[in-house]
Design a protein around this ligand. Structure first.
Ligand SMILES: [Fe+2]
Ligand SMILES: [Fe+2]
Length: 375
C-alpha cells in the first residue's frame, strides 16, 4: 500500500517495510510510498505557463473562475483543470491487490466497562441507522442464487443502489466527524497547556480527511434532496457536540467507540462487495469509478465501483486498527505509534489493533528503521 500526498517528491526507499510520515522525506517499498508535500515545488511544476498564485497576480490577472470552483480537480500532473490541485492534502492510500483482499471482518472483545458501553452504543446507533437507511442485513435464503434480483430486493435481502447510497452517504458523513473532533481537542490541549502532542493530531486529521473523501466519492453518484441534507445537518449537529463532550471526558472510550463503528463499516462494505461480486447490484457492476476516486486511490483508469468499494473497505479497516490501538493506549503519556509509519494492510486488515506492548515494540522498530539503533 502506498500513502501518497498529492504533490510528489519520492525519495529512495528508507527501508523495506518502512512507512514514514515525515514532511522532509518519503519512504517506499514494493507498491507502497509516502511522499512529501514540503519537498515538492508543486505549484510551479504543475502550472507551467500559468501565472503564479501570488497576491498580485490573483488580484489583477487571474480570471475569476481560476479561484472559483466547487469541484475537486485532479492532483495528477497533466490532468489539472483549474488552480486547485485537489480536494485533499494529507497522505492518502494506494493499495495493492493483495492488501485489498486481505481485509477481514474482526471484533475487539469488550472486557472493560467502558468498552462494553462503547460497543452497546455502537450497536444502538447501528440499529437506528439500519431503520433510517432501510438496511436489514437479513441472512440470504439458501436458494438465493436461483432468485431474481428483484425478488431478493422485494424480500428485503439485498439493497438497491439507492439503498446502498443512502446508507453509505449517511455513514460517511458521520464517520468524518470523530477524527476532526479528536484532533481539535488535542490541538487545543497542546495550545492551552503549552505541551507537545506526541504525534496524534496528524493521524487523526488524516482519518477525518480520508472519511470525507469517501463522502466526496459517493456523492458523485446521486443528487441529494432537501430531506437527506436536513438529516445530515441534524445528525452532524448532535453527533459533533456529543462526541466533543465525550472526548473531553474519556478519549480512550471514544477511540474504542470509533473502533467499533469502523468494525461495522467493514462489515457493511464486505457485504456490499459480496453482493456486487454475486451480481446482486447489477447497476454498479460495470459502473465506472468516479474520477475523484481514481485520482485519490490511484486506481486504474478503467476502474469500476467494485474497485472503489474495495479501497474504501481497506481504509475502514485502517481506521478500525488505529482507533482500537489508540483505545489501548494511555492518551496523556503515550506517543502515537503511527506517527512515523503504519503497518501494511496485511496487519491492519487482520488484526483489530495493537495492545500497548505491541505499540511500544512498533515504536521501537520505527526508531530502529529510522535511526538504525534502539532508543
Ligand atoms: Fe468511511
Ligand atoms: Fe472509517
Amino acid at each position: 500500500m502506498s500513502l501518497i500526498r498529492p504533490a510528489f517528491a519520492i525519495v529512495p526507499s528508507l527501508h523495506a517495510g518502512v512507512l514514514v510520515r515525515c514532511g522532509a522525506f518519503a519512504a517506499t517499498r514494493a507498491g507502497r510510498s509516502y511522499a512529501s508535500l514540503a519537498a515538492s515545488p508543486r505549484r510551479a511544476d504543475q502550472h507551467k505557463g500559468k501565472p503564479a498564485l501570488d497576491a498580485t497576480h490573483t488580484a489583477h490577472k487571474a480570471p475569476p473562475h481560476a479561484i472559483t470552483t466547487t469541484d475537486a480537480v485532479s492532483t495528477l500532473p497533466g490532468k489539472t483543470t483549474g488552480t486547485v490541485d485537489g480536494d485533499w492534502v494529507l497522505f492518502h492510500p494506494v493499495y495493492t491487490e493483495e492488501e485489498l483482499k486481505s481485509v477481514e471482518v474482526l471484533h475487539h472483545k469488550a472486557t472493560k466497562f467502558s468498552d462494553k458501553l462503547a460497543y452497546g452504543l455502537v450497536k444502538f446507533c447501528r440499529l437506528g441507522f439500519d431503520i433510517i437507511s432501510g438496511y436489514k442485513h437479513k441472512p440470504m435464503p439458501e436458494h438465493y442464487k436461483s432468485m431474481s434480483v428483484q425478488d431478493l430486493r422485494k424480500g428485503g435481502y439485498i439493497l438497491t443502489p439507492d439503498g446502498w447510497l443512502n446508507r453509505i452517504l449517511f455513514l460517511e458523513s458521520i464517520a468524518g466527524v470523530p477524527g476532526m473532533v479528536a484532533a481539535t481537542v488535542r490541538h487545543l490541549h497542546s495550545l492551552r497547556l503549552l505541551r507537545r502532542d506526541s504525534g496524534w493530531i496528524h493521524t487523526l486529521l488524516e482519518e477525518a480527511e480520508n472519511e470525507r473523501m469517501h463522502l466526496m466519492t459517493f456523492m458523485q453518484l446521486r443528487k441529494h434532496g432537501i430531506f437527506f441534507r436536513g438529516l445530515l445537518l441534524g445528525a452532524q449537529g448532535v453527533f459533533y457536540n456529543m462526541f466533543f463532550l465525550c472526548y473531553l471526558v474519556s478519549p480512550s472510550a471514544c477511540h474504542r467507540f470509533v473502533g467499533y463503528l469502523e468494525e461495522e463499516a467493514v462489515i457493511t462494505y464486505s457485504r456490499c462487495i459480496k453482493d456486487m461480486e454475486d451480481g446482486l447490484v447489477p447497476e454498479w457492476t460495470k459502473r465506472p469509478a468516479p474520477p475523484i476516486s481514481i485520482d485519490y486511490w490511484r486506481l486504474a483508469p478503467d476502474a469500476t465501483m467494485l474497485d472503489v468499494i474495495y479501497a474504501v473497505r481497506a481504509d475502514e479497516s485502517t481506521h478500525r486498527f488505529v482507533n482500537h490501538s489508540f483505545g489501548n493506549l494511555q492518551n496523556k503519556i503515550d506517543v502515537n505509534p503511527f506517527a512515523l509509519r503504519e503497518p501494511d494492510m496485511t496487519v491492519k486488515g487482520t488484526k483489530a489493533g495493537f495492545d500497548r506492548e505491541e505499540a511500544a515494540e512498533f515504536v521501537q522498530e520505527s526508531r530502529e528503521k529510522l535511526y538504525g539503533q534502539r532508543k
